[in-house]
Design a protein around this ligand. Sequence first.
Ligand code: URA
Length: 185
Amino acid sequence: MSDNWEILRRECESCQGCELHKTRTNCVFGVGNENADLLFVGEAPGDNEDKTGIPFVGRAGKLLDEYLNAVDIPRESVYIANILKCRPPKNRDPLPAEEDACMDFLRRQVKLINPKMIVCLGRISAMRLIRPDYKITKEHGEWVQKGNFLITAVYHPALLLRDPRRKEDMLEDMKKIKSKLDELN
Ligand code: URA
């Protein structure tokens, strides 16, 4: 049977594929334009996301919104999802087994959206979607063609909150993303 958003969301919300379902308040499925050209993929929900069920609504999310505004990409025009749909306790890094258990949801989201470009937010997402040995400090902002998609990675907004010196690079990368988006349209 062909996949659809309703089935996928329902499966995700009732998933017990790893231990994280036991501690979640909400499954953080994803949000945005289901026909987006641009898909952002973060790491995993934090506290605010777990409480609201919406990705990138906390401090890191507000910073992401600032960058989207700065380069004129409306948040509603893109889709935003995470590698993990449930919050890891104390916001620790996802375990490989948790990523394995969750990746099929993202794969199916990608298939349904069929975006032109995927932007990994942070190294965890880049190591999963681009290459396990991806080096974000060296490779951020570089485009990689993977199947039908152009894919790149930028610094995770939470990292920029801890290390504001990287904000200039982030703005440059976001400008490149906007130019590529305009080029592809
Ligand atoms: N960090 C992420 O990687 N994803 C979110 O949804 C929020 C913070």
